[in-house]
Design a protein around this ligand. Structure first.
Ligand SMILES: Nc1ncnc2c1ncn2[C@@H]1O[C@H](COP(=O)(O)OP(=O)(O)OP(=O)(O)O)[C@@H](O)[C@H]1O
Ligand SMILES: [Mg+2]
Length: 313
């Protein structure tokens, strides 16, 4: 199922690889296709809000751009909504004692917090309030616990409304035509190794589909074969001497810069090749270039959406 046709997309990846940027760009791209999109920040860092040039995001989604609603996850609000919607217990004001009890239970039982956060988003999918729900997810270390939350809770609780909830959440999460994980990586050693490790764990420990791997910040091919020949010629000692005599010692700095750019590009390409070789057959890799413009926020989300669009549409 094409990525943009899915109803629930959970974006994850090593810290700093571009999860928030890619999530925002996917939302922009989906909204360009006329979809109503909900995007949720799970980590309360505020980066998603900054991407859309708005203030701190509340739990109640706000429209940050035509067709894009954004919210920040908050387990207390999610618990309140859960109690109201599923157990029909309306609560006014802060949860107080109940919240403390909840913290106690959540700390003791694995999956409670996760089921409340991912459960809220699955609920939005189930109710079809939006065409697409994008989760600007937690980093690689925690995503398995999140994806496995319905299993974990399902093992703890055998009957009743909570059990019922784990069942329909699982139905949504494990339906490969509706849900999928997007793993964001960069062409560097550690992010690539972490991505491959996570791909293995998702396949071994969950039934959730991997919708795509996004290789973010890929450096452009600076030199083709003929430019490389020119560059080699320029590095000949007599030519460097001649250039120095003409334009000064700055020539060495410029040549060093070009050499470094080529080395980085080649190193990155090797990591990407390793990624492609080790990924299970059929896993789509989508490339997003390094943005060199100084653009931030909304503008960079648009540029990354352009790049994703070229590969996904
Ligand atoms: N394609 C790109 N080109 C240039 N800069 C990029 C690109 N993608 C992301 N960045 C920059 O990299 C930094 C990290 O990106 P982002 O916040 O999206 O990562 P993240 O994975 O969400 O990080 P965290 O783990 O802290 O949540 C930001 O400064 C962002 O602007
Ligand atoms: Mg982020």
């Amino acid at each position: 199922m094409p990525l943009l046709d899915r109803q629930l997309v959970v974006v994850t990846g090593k810290g700093g690889t571009g999860k928030t940027s890619v999530s925002a760009a996917l939302a922009v791209l989906a909204s360009r296709l006329g979809k109503r999109v909900l995007i949720c920040e799970m980590d309360a860092k505020g980066t998603l809000a900054a991407t859309f040039d708005v203030g701190p995001l509340p739990f109640e989604p706000i429209e940050v751009s035509p067709g894009i609603w954004a919210m920040a996850m908050n387990t207390e609000d999610s618990l309140r909504e859960y109690l109201r919607l599923f157990l029909k217990i309306p609560l006014i004001g802060r949860l107080g004692v109940l919240a403390r009890t909840f913290d106690f239970v959540a700390d003791a039982a694995p999956g409670v917090r996760e089921i409340l956060s991912l459960g809220k988003l699955c609920y939005e999918v189930r109710e079809r309030h939006y065409d697409m729900v994008i989760v600007d997810g937690v980093a690689t270390g925690h995503v398995i616990a999140q994806l496995r939350a319905p299993d974990a809770i399902g093992e703890l609780i055998k009957v009743g409304p909570v059990k019922e909830q784990t069942r329909w959440m699982q139905d949504i999460l494990e339906d490969h035509s509706r849900s999928g994980v997007v793993l964001v990586t960069t062409p560097e050693e550690m992010p690539v190794l972490e991505t491959l490790d996570l791909v293995g764990r998702i396949r071994d420990e969950t039934n959730v589909d991997i919708a795509a791997v996004v290789a973010n910040r890929v450096l452009p091919e600076l030199f083709g074969r003929s430019e490389e020949a020119v560059f080699d010629a320029l590095q000949q000692p007599e030519i460097v001497d001649a250039l120095r005599a003409r334009v000064g010692n700055g020539v060495d700095v410029v040549l060093d810069g070009a050499r470094l750019a080529v080395a980085m590009r080649r190193g990155g390409a090797a990591h990407l090749e390793h990624l492609r070789n080790e990924l299970p057959e059929g896993t789509g890799v989508v490339y997003v270039p390094e943005l060199f413009s100084r653009s931030t926020g909304r503008r960079s989300a648009e540029l990354i959406a352009d790049a994703l669009g070229e590969e996904l549409l």
